[in-house]
Design a protein around this ligand. Structure first.
Ligand code: 3HC
Ligand code: NAI
Length: 703
């Protein structure tokens, strides 16, 4: 028998185990092996029922993502045909779902007549995250099993259901009492089916999917959700497939699903999202550390500063059951910080995402203190005090005195030099930057800033810890602003300069949100605070002393007290949630343009796109060349998870590759000439971009 499956016949049962580590991805060889094993069982008169399981304890994570876009994806036996064949076996088939069944893995289980999970089993259809829809019967069989509404929720969120939820929904018929007993209980289940002469499929398994729903349910669903989907294709295709499930007989629905799946698979959005999937896995592979690097245990955490960031950071640890000591300078600030955390949890309770009991459990993990002595047993300390080098250095001197040997000392600085902070301690090898993004309990990005002397095990431990608390950790070297904020600088510079030249904030932001970015530059600044941005800029004036012109707009708004949303006025004027361009800002831009001799003219949307995006891309390429970013795809992850760059465009580096590196370079050179002195100053192509284009490369890599 093929080595990708195990095959055993015991007491009239054929046990077929999938063996394709690490996740039993259903690539062509495994599909062929499953088919061969099932045909063998079908043909063996001694076999009365089949049990399909993951021989390594995990059922299957679905189709092999690396096959998409190649001939192998639909090479025989393709997944839909294999599963159709399974549904036509005239012997009962039990899926024993260990750990997880995702995507095609769940579809495989749905093609079995009977399903049993274990207590920790998770099942889901996460294809949407790859810009796909379930393409092997999921969109047709799941609605028929659990109803169109619940199926749409699963497919559009991509979030797997727990064993209990899957049992309640009817996706799982049974749950084993333990992980160890799953296979035995699956076999017992199969024997019961044989004894009771159960049919290959339960008689009432597939009722009409739209039963109990209003007639216009799908039309209303589409109307309500379209704005949220922006230009994403996959949710629309999922809905079309579910419409087919509601309207068409199974076989026609399945054919419709295959056609929609092929459309999704070939789409640029899915290709970009597949790039992101593999980028996320690559990001954990860092030179100098590997699986053999011993990790330091993180059982107790301390956070210094209970302000905006400190509170959010502390919540991340409490959420996963790790106790946190929160240190402040004064009791009042501490109380304020702790009650802000309670408020934040309270909002989750109101939204039904957390129970009161869980809220109390989490609050009980948080201890406030004003005394550094209470940090003596912390395994990890994260500093989140004011963004001033002297204050941070003072904090690290104190930490060096009070913390136990081996404690990891991290700073959440957003711009300061981690090496200068490490240098005031006697243990720079234990110091690292952990740059969380605001709100720190929500945003997924975590820039892990590797200092000159940071020890490999400190880096490995913080990367692992980042994943434990649900973040997307990306390694950055030390430089002003690290990866994300350093790229933000030239991108935002162009946005400001374009307003001086004649665009309005809403025109600039409109072009960027038109690309599906979550927010434009000016809405982002108004949200983060014009004052906060001013203070960061102020700490680094020397970096753009040779041309501060574009900063003048922000500086003057700061001087006017237009701090953004919090003051009702910033780059925009706000009325409640509505915002609009403000005459005062336009007049200010006109005045500044006059003073700075910047000619004003109508600006086209394409110019806004090219200038903002090309400068963003150029800086990213420069960061790669400097070794600040390890790989182009890490930069994509930073911008997707920290700055709202749409994942379905793959991130700025991937987007540049799709635009064409030669076009990006030509655009930068064009603006260098077209924008006179300003162009000459700022539109300097990154040397790596020039080298890549000269070498005829289409991918961004170091050469
Ligand atoms: N295909 C190919 N490779 C896969 C894979 C898949 N479906 N799922 C995981 N892998 C690979 C990863 O790339 C990684 O490889 P590497 O070690 O070489 O980097 C390895 O398996 C381990 O994966 P993770 O590092 O992600 O391990 P975790 O334990 O953290 O997570 C997981 C495991 C939850 C299964 C996670 O990998 C995951 O979410 N995988 C994707 C699941 C998915 O999206 N399935 C749907 C596929 S599309 C589909 O089925 C279409 C169908 O409807 C026709
Ligand atoms: P904040 O002003 O909201 O909070 C800082 C807190 O630190 C205050 O509560 C203050 O009382 C406390 N503090 C100051 N000095 C202290 C000391 N010596 N010991 C103990 N506590 C002290 O500031 P915020 O926004 O939380 O920023 C903190 C750090 O996080 C800064 O380095 C900032 O650059 C960084 N950061 C901020 C982001 C943001 O969006 N606000 C994003 C990412 C990083």
């Amino acid at each position: 028998m093929n080595a990708l499956v195990t095959y055993q016949v015991e007491d009239n049962l054929a046990l077929i185990g999938l063996v394709r580590p690490p996740v039993n991805a259903l690539g062509q060889p495994l599909r062929a092996a499953i088919l061969e094993a099932c045909e063998r069982a079908a043909a063996d008169p001694a076999v009365k029922a089949l049990v399909l399981h993951g021989a390594n304890g995990l059922f299957s994570a679905g189709a092999d993502i690396s096959e998409f876009g190649s001939d192998a994806s639909f090479a025989a036996p393709d997944l839909p045909s294999l599963l159709l064949r399974l549904t036509r076996l005239d012997k009962p088939l039990v899926a024993a779902i260990g750990k997880l069944a995702l995507g095609g893995g769940l579809e495989l289980a749905l093609a079995c007549g009977y399903r049993i999970g274990e207590p920790g089993t998770r099942v889901g259809l996460p294809e949407i995250n790859l810009g796909l829809l379930p393409g092997a019967g999921g969109t047709q069989r799941l609605p028929r099993l659990i109803g169109a509404k619940a199926a749409l929720d699963m497919m559009l969120s991509g979030t797997p259901a727990s064993a209990d939820r899957a049992r309640a929904l009817g996706i799982l018929d049974r749950l084993s009492t333990s992980t160890e007993s799953l296979l035995d209980e699956a076999c017992a289940y199969a024997r019961e089916l044989i004894d009771s002469q159960a049919p290959a499929r339960p008689a009432a398994s597939f009722p009409a999917p739209a039963v109990g729903l209003p007639e216009d349910f799908l039309a209303r669903f589409r109307q309500d959700n379209e704005p949220r989907w922006k230009s994403r294709l996959a949710p629309r295709l999922v809905l079309s497939a579910v419409e087919a499930a509601c309207l068409l007989p199974l076989e026609e629905g399945l054919a419709r699903e295959v056609a929609l799946f092929k459309q999704a698979e070939a789409s640029a959005q899915s290709q970009a999202l597949r790039h992101v999937f593999f980028a996320e896995r690559e990001a954990g592979k860092v030179p100098g550390i590997d699986a053999s690097t011993l990790l330091r245990p993180i059982r107790k955490v301390a956070v210094i500063g209970a302000g905006t960031m400190g509170g959010g950071i502390a919540m991340n640890f409490a959420n996963v059951g790790i106790p946190v000591t929160l240190l402040e300078r004064q009791g009042q600030a501490l109380d304020r910080g702790l009650s802000q955390i309670r408020n934040n949890y309270g909002i989750s309770v109101k939204r039904g995402k957390l129970t009161e009991a869980k809220l109390e459990q989490r609050m009980a993990l948080l201890t406030g203190t004003l005394d550094y002595a209470d940090l003596a047993d912390a395994d990890l300390v994260i500093e989140a005090v004011f963004e001033k080098m002297e204050i941070k250095q003072e904090v690290f001197r104190t930490l060096d005195r009070v913390c136990k040997p081996g404690a990891i000392l991290a700073t959440n600085t957003s711009s300061l030099d981690v090496d200068q902070i490490a240098a005031v301690t006697s243990r720079p090898q234990d110091v690292i930057g952990l740059h969380f993004f605001s709100p720190a309990n929500v945003m997924r990005l975590l820039e892990v800033v590797r200092g000159r002397e940071t020890a490999p095990d400190v880096l490995a431990t913080t990367l692992k810890m980042g994943r434990t608390i649900g973040k997307m950790p990306v390694v950055s070297g030390v430089c002003f602003g690290f990866i994300g904020n350093r790229m933000l600088e030239p991108y935002a510079r162009e946005a400001h300069r374009l307003v001086l030249e004649g665009a309005t904030p809403s025109q600039v932001d409109g072009v960027l949100t038109g690309l599906d970015l979550n927010m434009g530059v000016f809405s982002m600044l108004d949200l983060a605070g014009v004052d906060v941005n001013f203070l960061v800029r102020d700490s680094n004036r020397a970096a753009f002393a040779h041309d501060e012109s574009y900063c003048r707009l922000g500086d003057e708004l700061y001087a006017l007290g237009r701090y953004g949303q919090k003051t009702g006025r910033g780059f925009y004027a706000y009325e409640g949630r509505n915002r609009q361009d403000d005459y005062e800002v336009v007049a200010l831009a006109e005045r500044l343009a006059g003073e700075l001799h910047v000619p004003r003219r109508p600006i086209g949307d394409q110019e806004i796109h090219d200038r903002c995006l090309f400068m963003l891309i150029n800086e990213g390429i420069q960061l790669l060349d400097e070794g600040i970013a390890l790989r182009a795809s890490d930069i994509d992850l930073v911008w997707i998870n920290g700055y709202g760059f749409p994942a379905h465009l793959g991130g700025p580096m991937y987007y540049a590759e799709q635009l064409g590196l030669d076009k990006v370079l030509a655009g930068i050179n064009h603006f260098r000439q077209a924008l006179g002195e300003y162009g000459e100053m700022w539109f300097q192509p990154a040397p790596l971009l020039e080298r890549l284009v000269a070498a005829g490369k289409t991918r961004i890599e170091t050469i």
